[in-house]
Design a binder for this molecule. Structure first.
Ligand code: ATP
Length: 718
């Protein structure tokens, strides 16, 4: 009984369940149809956010991988030091799309686009306007394409011609918009570059930053390459990225909305899912292009640097016949670069192959399927009655889809560009960071030293006091090389105006370094330095610097013509200085006289260059002059004229020289022994010279003693 009773109950409940399920499905369907637009909009937004997140994630992953690779290699090497001649930038600094990248990019952006009212902002706004214009025109053209093909299919010649005419007319604003976009992009790149270069030049050429970067800090090996090449690449990459990202995002949004209206949101959603999936595959297989770019820029810089060394030292190399050795170095630099470029090319080849296939063909096939939706399925809200309408809708949809997929493809491609931008951002912002550090007195240098590098690093952290004063006084000031080697532990001496100081000592004992401290080039690592301002001290090295420009400029450097006139100095006054040093014949070298331009470093001999430098000193008439072996190539007569005139002009002289002929021009002597000790005394040149002569005679005699002893021994043996 029980089974016969239970069966109708079971049947009844199954039917009820089925009815309930049917009711739920029909209610859900009608609810879906009623809210179709709202639901699909929500789905699009979710998809869009997920997609953006996916792209961001893919870039971060790529960068993370590359950074891990770099770290692994560094750990393998087991050291944090930099191999000789290699640029630290790009090698140590991670190229990642993280907060650090955004922070660096924001810093560069604030320089490149300084404010809302700047010309760059106006350019960006009008660039964006043309981007929107272009997308709207493309939509219009897509609809017109469909209408043209519809007229063709219907065989309506008049309508066909009319449509073609309209098509030609819309081409006028379309082409104008395209040209404007190209113009805006190039102009923006140029503006960014100008802003950045001006900013960097201001910083680089103030507070002796250029000196600090090249001498006291070795994080940047070739600042020239960074300023001239990497800033340009960064600017181009930034300008390109804006149009390459903003336009496709806009295109994709507008096209997808229009498409979903005509082919149905479900198809678009399904296609988006497939696209997401395939972009995941692409992401997994993309190499770290950002790091490749940073590496390539570094290798290019090193190669260029080797060439500029050859140009700078061509004479010395030629006299050594060192061309083979230089060729080896250059070839090595070039082949390292080419090896890297070839490696990247191969990676790009395989990646491009896969990327093209997925983006163009796989997504293309998906698109064709989607466009056929109105032909095979009924789309709510779409009235497709005849073949003409069907063709029109297919052509329009296909055109929009091509636009949307092209836009999506470009967004996908753009992660490569973002990675490249990250590479340039890392290099340029590193330059800015190092400049900030150097200006704040923070240096980082690989210590190559005979002594304990840790102790040296500690010494380099110390700082002494610098006090502005009329006279010069050193109180317990250590002389320390940028490597941290202590040349003199504590130096004390005092000079008043009119005291002329001669500094002597063996090579490498720290004579020039003393003046580097005085000139403010090297930091004061301890003690107290009283010294006049930088402008009151003039420096003449053994090989004077001759600037690019006219003959006049060689005598007044670093002043310009206007400053010379402001000081009330005329060409006649300059000629008088030239006469003192017997240099007036230089005016006859070229018909342009004072205004003659030449590479003066090559035109003038070593001795003439030293005389030009002395004339420069007479023009500037500073309170103090540092003369670092600056008379080594001139005759004793010229040397006398130089020193007598300088003293007549009231210049206090501080000379580094091994020449005894110079002793008589000085009142004080600072003598280093090369072991860290020194003597500072008044200099009685006559007495001192007499003592030195006597000492030399005795030394000669002493040298003969072993010979005499040997002879005596021989005679005794016989
Ligand atoms: N930029 C630098 N980086 C590292 N070490 C440096 C630098 N400039 C100088 N030194 C080191 O400091 C030491 C002193 O150099 P300095 O030029 O003062 O010698 P000097 O006494 O003038 O010698 P010379 O008579 O040969 O000109 C040297 O050992 C040199 O190698």
């Amino acid at each position: 009984m029980a089974p016969t009773q239970s069966k109708p109950v079971a049947l009844g409940s199954a039917a009820a369940r089925a009815r309930t399920i049917r009711t739920i499905i029909s209610q859900l369907t009608s609810m879906y149809l009623r809210n179709r637009t709202r639901i699909s909009r929500a789905v699009y937004i979710t998809l869009f956010v997920a997609l953006a997140n996916r792209i961001r994630q893919s870039i971060a992953d790529q960068k993370g991988d590359s950074a891990r690779e770099v770290q692994k290699r560094t750990e393998k090497a087991g050291t944090t030091s930099t191999p000789e001649g290699e640029d630290e930038i790009g090698k140590k600094k991670r190229v990642e799309l993280d907060r650090e990248f955004l922070r660096s990019l924001m810093r560069l952006l604030r320089i490149a686009v300084p404010g809302w009212r700047s010309k760059e902002t106006r350019l960006l706004i009008s660039h964006s306007f043309f981007l929107i214009m272009r997308t709207l025109i493309s939509l219009k053209v897509a609809a017109m394409d469909g209408a043209i093909v519809k007229a063709l299919v219907k065989g309506n010649g008049r309508e066909f011609l009319m449509r073609i005419m309209w098509w030609m007319m819309i081409a006028v604003p379309a082409t104008f918009t395209n040209s404007m976009l190209a113009y805006h992009q190039a102009e923006l790149a140029l503006r960014y570059r100008t802003r950045l270069t001006e900013y960097i030049h201001d910083k680089y050429l103030s507070k002796l930053t250029y000196y600090g970067i090249s001498t006291l800090d070795d994080r940047i090996k070739n600042a020239d390459q960074l300023i001239a090449v990497d800033v340009t690449r960064f600017s181009n990459s930034l300008a390109e990225l804006y149009s390459n990202l903003a336009k496709p995002i806009l295109d994709m949004t507008i096209y997808t909305i229009s498409l979903s209206k005509s082919v149905g949101g479900e198809g678009v959603m399904f296609m988006s899912l497939l696209v997401q999936l395939s972009s995941g595959v692409l992401r997994a297989l993309t190499p770290p292009f950002g790091k490749y770019v940073a590496d390539e820029a570094r290798l290019e810089g090193e190669f260029r640097f080797q060439h500029s060394r050859l140009i700078d030292h061509s004479e010395e190399i030629a006299l050594y016949a060192g061309h083979e050795a230089e060729k080896d170095t250059l070839d090595k630099g070039y082949f390292t670069l080419i090896k890297h470029i070839n490696y990247v090319l191969r990676r790009r080849f395989y990646h491009g192959f896969m990327e093209d296939y997925i983006i163009k063909y796989f997504w293309g096939a998906l698109g064709l399927g989607l466009c056929s939706a109105p032909v095979f399925f009924k789309i709510p809200g779409q009235v497709v009655s005849n073949m003409g309408d069907r063709t029109e809708s297919f052509v329009t949809n296909r055109r929009m889809l091509l636009g949307a997929s092209d836009a999506f493809g470009r967004i996908m491609f753009s992660y490569k560009e973002i990675m490249e931008l990250a590479g340039y951002t890392s290099r340029v912002s590193s330059l800015l960071e190092v400049m900030d550090d150097v200006q704040a007195g923070i240096f980082s240098k690989k210590l190559v030293s005979s002594s304990d590098t840790e102790a040296n690093a500690a010494v380099l952290k110390g700082r002494g006091k610098v006090i502005k004063s009329k006279n010069i006084q050193f109180i317990d000031v250590p002389i320390i090389s940028p490597n941290g080697d202590v040349l003199v532990p504590a130096l004390s001496f005092a000079l008043e105006q009119g005291d002329h100081l001669l500094v002597v000592g063996p090579n490498g004992c720290g004579k020039s370094s003393l003046f580097r401290i005085l000139g403010g080039l090297w930091p004061v690592y301890g003690g107290t330095v009283h010294k006049p301002p930088f402008s009151a001290i003039f420096y003449i090295p053994q090989r004077p610097y001759l600037s690019r420009g006219t003959l006049r400029q060689q005598f007044i450097y670093p002043d310009g013509l206007r400053t010379m006139h402001n000081k009330g100095v005329t060409d006649e006054d300059l000629l008088a200085i030239l006469r003192i040093l017997s240099l007036e014949h230089l005016l006859d070298l070229h018909p342009d006289g004072w205004d003659a331009e030449a590479e003066w470093r090559d035109v003038l001999s070593g001795g003439l260059q030293q005389r030009v430098a002395m004339a420069r000193l007479f023009y500037h008439r500073p309170r103090y002059a540092i003369l670092d072996e600056c008379t080594s190539s001139v005759t004793l007569d010229t040397e006398k004229v130089m020193y007598d005139t300088a003293k007549e002009l009231g210049i206090t002289l501080m000379t580094v020289s091994h020449r005894r002929s110079l002793w008589k021009y000085h009142t004080h002597l600072l003598q280093f022994d090369g072991q860290g000790n020194y003597v500072f005394t008044r200099l009685d040149a006559d007495r001192r010279l007499k003592l030195e002569d006597e000492k030399e005679e005795l030394e000669v005699l002493l040298r003969g003693v072993p010979e005499i002893e040997r002879r005596i021994a021989e005679l005794s043996a016989e």
